[in-house]
Design a protein. Structure first.
Ligand SMILES: Cc1cc2nc3c(=O)[nH]c(=O)nc-3n(C[C@H](O)[C@H](O)[C@H](O)COP(=O)(O)OP(=O)(O)OC[C@H]3O[C@@H](n4cnc5c(N)ncnc54)[C@H](O)[C@@H]3O)c2cc1C
Length: 130
């Protein structure tokens, strides 16, 4: 069951180290926990999702629920003659995911190493600028 903490300090959860507080904070370890929050914990809303907090600048306390997907796991799910398809949890660190692909002999995203943040935010942020 997901644990929702109250008056939670976010200093360690944004790379700028801004010392703000969330009224509520939860780390979801699975898709089921995310669904549980969205369906059964609306009293804590509004909500905002964070990953590694590397592209967020908090300017004041957040009067709602900060939700951090902490889903782990990296595994190959399919491959064809050209591509390998890998499933990675939103809570995986992006750079460690890139390293995993390199260590697994998979090419294609190695130029995106050392970008801060989580796998879950990568499609939102559209990692790949360089
Ligand atoms: C020093 C530095 C260097 C960078 N260099 C590059 C670079 O070379 N190339 C490049 O492409 N990018 C670069 N970036 C940008 C980088 O892509 C983002 O900072 C990173 O993707 C943000 O990831 P995060 O997990 O920290 O997201 P956060 O900062 O936590 O969140 C960013 C946004 O994504 C949303 N979000 C986060 N997780 C999820 C989720 N699981 N589901 C839905 N929405 C979510 C948040 O609500 C927020 O709107 C750089 C950033 C920094 C700070």
């Amino acid at each position: 069951m997901v644990v929702i903490k109250e008056n939670f300090q976010l200093k360690q959860y944004n790379t700028m180290g801004i010392n703000v507080y969330a009224r509520y904070f939860a780390q979801a370890q699975s898709l089921e926990e995310i669904k549980d929050i969205l369906e059964n914990h609306r009293d804590y809303f509004p909500f905002y999702i964070i990953g590694g907090g590397s592209n967020i600048l908090f300017t004041k306390d957040y009067n709602g629920l900060i939700l951090q997907p902490a889903i782990k796991g990296i595994k190959p799910v399919a491959e064809d003659h050209e591509y390998s398809f890998i499933e990675a949890g939103a809570g995986e660190n992006w750079d460690e995911f890139v390293k995993w692909t390199v260590d697994s002999g998979l090419g294609g995203i190695e130029n995106l190493s050392l970008i801060p943040g989580s796998v879950g935010s990568s499609p939102i942020q559209n990692i790949g600028a360089y």
